[in-house]
Ligand binder design. Structure first.
Ligand code: G3P
Ligand code: MG
Length: 251
């Protein structure tokens, strides 16, 4: 199996399986992806759970805010049928079971700390750090990212040995101070806003540069040339098509 190092499966292989489910993660692993991105937030009873939206409405058969539902209430929801009836057995995963899967597969996990208004940033980071520590997964397999600088500062205090990347839709004018503040490893931005000048600036400072959510390989051909290291995509399969001009596979 070829190992795909420069594509991150966004929320798992989310174009072929329901996003942020164990099924989507396993599909990404089977496909050869060495990196998976997930979104983590807290249930009402402070269990770190893997789901993107503030509510369960779009991706499950339930209703309500994740932060208002207990782990048990979240767990019994069907998180697959909205995508395809074949996935009706999928549930919202806990961070703990996701870490077990990733640890056993020997791949890498980009944990996005998802912060919604009124979320307790410190509590999320404390609980995430606790679960990561209990999992005994290698720090080398992990990378934290967030749009919240506060969350990245907090997680650095709990787990300084795990790398951190700052998420911005558009990289700000002078990102240096913030990147130094979180002792960043990487910068993650929306590929649609990235310019060649910004890419070269970020690379000249020694940071890894990740782009999301690049689902059309032809739209990011220039980005690879600018020095982008990683495309976060729902569709890694498109990059592995033999007709793609810039094959993304590392043997
Ligand atoms: O981590 C990249 C990407 O996931 C950030 O945006 O909304 O898909 O979590 P979003
Ligand atoms: Mg995300």
């Amino acid at each position: 199996m070829d190992e795909i190092m420069n594509l991150t499966a966004h929320r798992g292989l989310s174009s072929l399986a329901p996003e942020n489910t164990l099924g989507a993660f396993q599909m990404a692993i089977d496909f050869g992806c060495q990196w998976i991105e997930i979104d983590v937030q807290l249930s009402q009873d402070f269990v770190p759970v893997v789901i993107h939206d503030q509510t369960v409405d779009r991706c499950t058969n339930g209703k309500g805010k994740v932060a208002d539902l207990t782990w048990h209430e979240l767990r019994i929801l069907d998180a697959g049928s909205w995508f395809d009836e074949d996935f009706h057995r999928e549930h919202i995963p806990s961070l703990a079971e996701t870490l077990t899967l990733v640890k056993n597969a020997g791949i890498h996990l980009n944990i996005e700390l998802k912060i919604y208004p009124e979320d307790d940033v410190e509590l999320l980071c404390e609980r995430v750090a606790q679960i990561v520590t209990e999992s005994e997964i290698s720090s080398e397999q992990l990378l934290f990212s967030s749009f919240s600088t506060e969350a990245l500062i907090s997680i650095a205090q709990h787990l300084p040995e795990v790398k951190r990347g700052h998420l911005w839709q558009e990289i700000p004018e002078a990102p240096e101070t913030t990147l130094q503040q979180i002792d960043a490893y990487s910068v993650h931005c929306d590929y649609r806003y990235l310019t060649e000048q910004q890419a070269k600036h970020i690379k000249s400072m020694g940071y890894q540069l990740f782009c999301y959510t690049a689902n059309v390989p032809q739209q990011v051909e220039a980005h690879w040339q600018w020095g982008v290291d990683m495309m976060i995509t729902d569709m890694p399969q498109r990059y592995c098509d033999a007709t793609t001009p810039e094959p993304a596979l590392n043997a």
